[in-house]
Design a protein around this ligand. Sequence first.
Ligand SMILES: C[S@@+](CC[C@H](N)C(=O)[O-])C[C@H]1O[C@@H](n2cnc3c(N)ncnc32)[C@H](O)[C@@H]1O
Length: 217
Amino acid sequence: MEQDHHARWEQHYADDNLPWDSSEPAPALVARLPGLELRAGARVVEVGAGTGTNALYLARQGLQVTALDLSPTAVARARARAEAEGLAVDARVADWLAELPVAAGSQAFLFDRGCFHVCDAAGRARFAEQAAAALEARGWWLSLVGNADEESVGGGPPRVSLAELAAAVEPWFEIESVIASRFQGEAEALAWAGLYRKRRPVRPTFSHGRSARSPGA
Ligand SMILES: C[S@@+](CC[C@H](N)C(=O)[O-])C[C@H]1O[C@@H](n2cnc3c(N)ncnc32)[C@H](O)[C@@H]1O
């Protein structure tokens, strides 16, 4: 990823120019997490975790959290907040689109709020490929992204269409649900809350035709 992309995000945190930063956990995360029935202590990762509001929420639910972000200032804030609360959050600087920053197949759940949608088409495809690589078999990804069904007026988050979203995600994930909702903050911009489940490995194909020796149904 280009250096100016890193610098741009770091500058946002250095300037405290964080229109997306909400002090409350994302309602979609709070609503969907219990239904995933993650085991206690399961490993989860937040990509583009910013100052850590949602990562801390996940840690409070008894999960083993890795919080990743490009911005050293954001990561330092997330780490300080976790320490102040006595929560064990592994907050680290990492570029999700570069080398996989967690062990392959190690995560039960991946969360991103507003990170997938800052990528271009190639970046979104890479993001999804990395998510599938990080997740264990049948692992879950909850992704909150700007929704292109509403025009951007005077800024707000980047927005993707459902077709753009599916193009990146479907090769690796079953799309469990995509619900139109709203971000808190950022003028309550329209969002997609997408819940995806890692696909089963492809099995060897077999012929649907019956051989002479195959039994009837
Ligand atoms: C719109 S902000 C959202 C931050 C946080 N999720 C929240 O809701 O407050 C997007 C975040 O993604 C981070 N980011 C962008 N590209 C990234 C990448 N390739 N790898 C890791 N983090 C990235 C940025 O530094 C920024 O903190």
